[in-house]
Ligand binder design. Sequence first.
Ligand code: SAM
Length: 279
Amino acid sequence: MTAQLFVVATPIGHLDDMTFRAIEVLKSVSLIAAEDTRESAQLLKHFNISTPLTACHDHNESNKINQLIDKLKAGENLALISDAGTPLISDPGFKLVRAVQEQGIRVIPVPGACAAIAALSAVGLPSDRFSFEGFLPSKSSQRLAQLEKLKDETQTLIFYEAPHRILASVQDMQAVFGADRPVGFAREITKTFETIKKMTLAELAEFVEKDHNQQKGEIVVIVGGASQEKDLEQDKLDALLKRLLQDLSVKAASQLAADLTGIKKKIAYQRALELTNQD
Ligand code: SAM
């Protein structure tokens, strides 16, 4: 008698991104577990889906699991959806999926939109290796500590961020990862005010601060991984500057380092000063 649980992705903005299979599955199951039944009711109405909804969110997921498993064991096919995108991706559903799977019941994904993947596919940062970091802590001290742990990560890093925290988060990212780290900004993907940009963290902080519209809507921030090449270059520059500083002034050492390596004199001077202060 055992039936199946379908984990169904829904659009993250543009309703045309609903898949044919998602509609078909949601029409065919006997009950849909949804994060917010009122929100999902609108989606179902749009696609003429009359399947009943039941709430399954962070606060009741544990209690709901047994009821849903009983239904599955009784032969009812069920679906899980979230407010937008793919369930379980910074959304509820993990406990349900784990419990259902532990009962030997089949869990079937019905793939579709996911903001992280949509953003990664369009911002122009390396996509061969990436780490999905979800939401950063809301408190700055905890956020900085979390970013510090990720500072040397060479994979591309994907963050979700709330509009009222975007400026503070980007400023913290700049403080920890450095002003020049490349970053992708994907806002309101698939919606009217879709904005997809790639720049440096310093440029993004300025862009978001100056244009308040960039502090609205839904946002994915994608940070390029720490560059191993750059670290190597930095090590070489440091070694050269340290040697030159043994015999020359900061000004002369940085001028010579700039002439020899081709880097900007201002950058060499700044680094020479830092090295002098470290000693
Ligand atoms: N499960 C969803 C998914 O598959 O992407 C994510 C849900 S999470 C609660 C909501 C966050 O996802 C937003 O705060 C934002 O960071 C990101 N997000 C969702 N829709 C988006 C969109 N259309 N454009 C940009 N970011 C979006």
